[in-house]
Ligand binder design. Structure first.
Ligand SMILES: NC(=O)CC[C@H](N)C(=O)O
Length: 254
């Protein structure tokens, strides 16, 4: 396959769609930005794509809870088409608000017989946090994190605290190898290295196949060295480390 096609799904209030399309383009993909209403009108449009990405922002103004309305649109109207998308061996990515959407839509395999067993809620600080964080990957399950050990990326969220219903749910995700990205004291991180109080320092998780991935940090905001907060004092003049995630997605289809 020459160039995988990427569907960037936006809703009212999404604000990272253009940067995310740019990152996929730099990585060699062919992105299209599509309004959620277009997909609701014609769900089969998704069949044309290899990767579906829900970008960051404030979809529907974060009303009710961040990502909730977008996630309910998926649960009630797009669940079949997106489950088929996943079963066909394709990739789904949710960045920040996109992670909130994926986790609340059930696409990250967090539901059980009693309902949703994981979510993202208000930061411990009660504030919107906008800063850079150190991150460490775990295991080799997640397609997007293949070959990546550490990352340094920006976060910008108010509702990024990963929570589970109870210890047994947490254990289930851990044993399935789904907790693949954690805040860590690496690569220039500031204290506290866990910015929001997330359980087990979880910053991102994948589904049980490793092909659906959501993360709170923004890899699309570090694709060029000039986006690093200290770039004028660093020797690194290459691409930003965030680009590796998008390259992994594109490479998966070549
Ligand atoms: N950058 C984002 O995607 C923000 C996510 C969401 N609006 C929050 O504040 O938690």
């Amino acid at each position: 396959m020459p160039q995988p096609r990427i569907l960037i799904l936006r809703a009212p209030g999404t604000n990272c769609d253009v940067e995310t399309a740019h990152a996929f383009q730099l990585a060699g993909g062919q992105p299209d930005v599509l309004h959620l209403n277009r997909l609701l009108e014609a769900p089969q449009l998704a069949v044309e794509y290899q990767v579906l990405c829900v970008p960051g922002g404030f979809s529907y103004g974060d009303d009710i809870a961040a990502g909730r309305i977008f996630a309910n649109q998926i649960r009630h109207h797009l669940s079949d088409v997106l489950q088929e998308f996943r079963s066909a061996g394709k990739l789904l990515l949710g960045i920040c608000n996109g992670f909130q959407v994926l986790i609340k839509s059930g696409l990250l395999d967090t539901d059980d017989a009693a309902g949703p067993a994981a979510s993202l809620t208000w930061n411990d600080s009660g504030c919107f946090m906008d800063r850079w964080v150190g991150l460490q990957t775990e295991g080799d399950k997640c397609v997007f994190l293949s070959g990546i050990n550490e990352l340094y990326l920006p976060i910008a969220h108010a509702e990024g605290k990963f929570v589970t219903r109870d210890q047994s749910a947490l254990k289930r995700f851990e044993e399935a190898g789904q907790l693949v990205l954690r805040y860590a004291d690496v690569g220039g991180s500031v204290q506290p290295f866990n910015p929001n109080g997330a359980e087990q320092d979880v910053a991102g998780m994948c589904d049980t196949t490793g092909r659906v991935f959501g993360l709170m940090p923004h890899p699309e905001r570090f694709v060029d060295f000039t986006q690093h907060p200290n770039w004028t004092r660093r020797e690194d003049r290459g691409e930003g480390v965030g680009l590796a995630l998008f390259r992994n997605a594109v490479r998966y289809f070549s």
